[in-house]
Ligand binder design. Structure first.
Ligand code: SAH
Length: 343
């Protein structure tokens, strides 16, 4: 018999499964509450009878990530976790403090197959997709370990969330569920390198989350080099998909732009980006590239960032220059996992 992964189940499904075991349906709600509190095994569910706990062990698995590495930034309190999953693979999760609350940045895959030329996560390719329970586990156990209540979630860790579409949708339903963590969709950001078909598919759900597109270049020549997935449809098709997404959901798309010295930070590129943003109605987050040991690209200098920003602002674009958190702790996604594997 195939055991079911209980942390990936929605309360409604749990209710059906519990009833099928001949138990009363309110037990499902109790179990879901225990799972939300981050229990590590069925025996911690102390308001269930011992026989019921045994029955649960026979029918379900309960996966718990193991803490492999924890690094705390001395400058801003950002904490980076490397969690070991039940099959020994590791993923990174980052906890960041902002004035509006505590944000957890989670991974959606072990590795990544998108091949972005500045990113550490994709260097060894894709190993596997994460289960919904493994994404939820990162949130629950990061909260539990740190003692912080999580107010926001960003899917910006290792992996391409839209390349693990069904599991990500299920994860979103799980964290958003009123019987669970109940984190509002408006407090969730999903970041993608720009998979056009999946952006359209996501739009159909009309979720109120923030879609963040890792644009990084306004012209195909540059973007093909930085984000190889761009070769499939180019910037024009991607921006058209973002426009359709906005029309369908009413939610403005935000665009990530890592400033890379001499690659994507020229005044001409700023002008082109400003034009594109005017037609899509997007917000731009500029962030200096986080240098990655295995990569040759370097971050733009402060003067080039200032110049780029002012061209965008003159063009009427809404721009934020993001502070980079956790610079002292391998906080750029994929770096900690690579370091650990290299040991
Ligand atoms: N695959 C998704 C989400 C994970 S990456 C995506 O591409 O959006 C999260 C963000 O970090 C993306 O914007 C990505 O382009 C960016 N990123 C990756 N490596 C980086 C680096 N070395 N410096 C700055 N940003 C980086």
């Amino acid at each position: 018999m195939q055991l079911q992964d209980i942390r990936s189940m929605l309360p409604e499904e749990m209710k059906t499964a519990i009833e099928a075991l001949g138990e009363q349906s309110f037990r499902a709600k109790q179990i879901f509450e225990w799972l939300t509190r981050g229990v590590a095994c069925f025996d911690e569910m102390t308001n269930l009878s011992a026989p019921l706990r045994e029955t649960l062990k026979e029918h379900f698995t309960l996966t718990v990530p193991k803490l492999a590495v924890k690094q705390t930034s001395k400058t801003d309190g950002t904490i980076k976790y490397l969690w070991e999953l039940s099959d020994g693979n590791c993923v990174e999760t980052v906890l960041m403090h902002h004035h509006h609350g505590t944000t957890v940045c989670i991974s959606s895959q072990v590795g990544c197959r998108m091949g972005c030329s500045f990113c550490a996560s994709t260097i060894g390719g894709l190993v596997r997709n994460l289960e919904p329970s493994e994404m939820l586990g990162q949130v629950l156990f990061t909260a539990k370990e740190s003692g912080h209540e999580i107010s926001n979630i960003v899917l910006m860790g290792i992996g391409e969330p839209l390349d693990n579409f069904e599991h990500v949708i299920r994860f979103l339903k799980l964290v958003n569920h009123p019987d669970g963590l109940h984190i509002g969709m408006r407090h969730i950001t999903l970041s993608t390198c720009g998979l056009v078909e999946e952006i359209d598919k996501l739009g159909i759900y009309q979720l109120q989350l923030t879609l963040s597109v890792s644009l990084h270049a306004p012209d195909d020549e540059t973007r093909n080099r930085l984000v190889p997935m761009n070769r499939h449809g180019g910037v024009a098709e991607l921006l058209a998909a973002c426009k359709r997404y906005f029309d369908r959901t009413g939610r403005r798309v935000s665009f990530e732009y890592a400033m890379i010295d001499g690659a994507n930070d020229s005044p001409a590129q700023a002008k082109l980006l400003a034009e594109q943003m005017r037609s899509v109605g997007g917000h731009v987050n500029l962030i200096p590239l986080n240098p990655v040991r295995e990569r040759v690209l370097t971050p733009s200098g402060a003067d080039r960032i200032t110049r780029f920003t002012s061209i965008l602002r003159q063009g009427g674009v809404n721009v934020t220059v993001r502070r980079s958190l956790g610079g002292d702790i391998d906080a750029s996604c994929g770096q900690l996992r690579r370091k650990k594997e290299g040991e």
